[in-house]
Write a protein that binds this ligand. Structure first.
Ligand SMILES: Cc1cc2nc3c(=O)[nH]c(=O)nc-3n(C[C@H](O)[C@H](O)[C@H](O)COP(=O)(O)O)c2cc1C
Length: 266
């Protein structure tokens, strides 16, 4: 059976740029292992505007209420239909590209209504020399909140690719990444981490407290029984991690209810 891969590529240079080149090199390896159908979203083609209109209607009235809904619908379909999604970005000023950030902001409602639980993702970044750590960590945590679990990632420097030693290391990393990506859709979701479990509880607080603004988020959680759950799936969360998450949830609720939370000062 083949693999359906969705690619979200957030580079102005599309597949001709360095980020696109790395994605192509990974896809070539996947194609050597199975039949692969690839659907790509170039985030720079989406015409979502310079920033999210911040009306929050996606959360209160549903994603169809977003003024950009139609323009992003094809991108949503690419993720919906994929067995695996590759998110790829150049590093811009030590972060994801503005186009990737814009894409992530458009889908902020997925933080409240995660739609990709159990779906694997692979992350790719390219840079001149550095910033992969912050960019990929941000990307990993952003798509985690939508449900995706990252099975592998690679950040590589464009100029280094011309040097045989570095090129060989990038090739070896791609060779390692490909079988992980190929196997991922048939493997169970990994156990949630403490951060995952805290993320679930924070989303629960957000959705619960937003009931009066609109019924859409809460209905989504009610339908899935998530208000009474400790995790998105029936999988039993690891005991200690879950206890820690429970304590953090209590502290956050107390902070909100009593106004005892401290402003962030680093
Ligand atoms: C606005 C801008 C900011 C950048 N910031 C960084 C950076 O923080 N670190 C870095 O190593 N390279 C940085 N670069 C270089 C790109 O990450 C690098 O050239 C990348 O491989 C380009 O990928 P692309 O061909 O897919 O666009 C920056 C480039 C641009 C245009």
């Amino acid at each position: 059976m083949g693999l359906r891969v969705g690619v979200v590529l957030a580079s102005d240079h599309g597949y001709s740029g360095t980020t696109g080149q790395l994605v192509t090199e990974l896809l070539d390896r996947l194609q050597a292992g199975t039949t692969v159908e690839v659907d790509t979203v170039l985030t720079t083609d989406l015409e979502l505007g310079s920033s999210c209109p911040a009306c929050l209607r996606c959360m209160t009235d549903g994603e169809q209420a977003c003024p950009n809904f139609d323009r992003a619908a094809a991108a949503r379909r690419v993720m919906d239909d994929a067995d695996l999604v590759i998110f790829a970005t150049p590093v811009h000023s030590f972060q994801v590209s503005a186009s990737m950030k814009r894409f992530i902001d458009h889908f902020a409602y997925l933080i409240h209504r995660p739609a990709y639980v159990g779906r694997p993702a692979v992350l790719i970044s390219s840079a001149a020399g550095g910033g992969h750590d912050a960019a990929l960590e941000y990307l990993r945590s952003a798509v985690r909140r939508w449900g995706f679990h990252t099975v592998g990632q690679l950040g590589a420097n464009g100029p280094g690719l011309a040097r045989p030693g570095y090129r060989a290391k990038v090739d070896a990393a791609l060779d390692e990444l490909a079988p992980l990506a190929l196997a991922a859709p048939n493997q169970p979701e990994p156990k949630p981490t403490t951060a995952d479990l805290i993320g679930f509880r924070v989303a629960k607080i957000l959705v619960d407290s937003g009931r009066e603004d609109g019924p859409v988020d809460a209905k989504y959680w009610d339908e899935r029984g998530w208000f009474d759950a400790e995790w998105w799936t029936d999988q039993k969360p690891p005991f200690v991690a879950n206890r820690i998450a429970g304590l953090v949830e209590k502290k956050i609720r107390k902070g909100i209810n009593e106004g005892s939370a401290d402003p962030y000062r680093g």
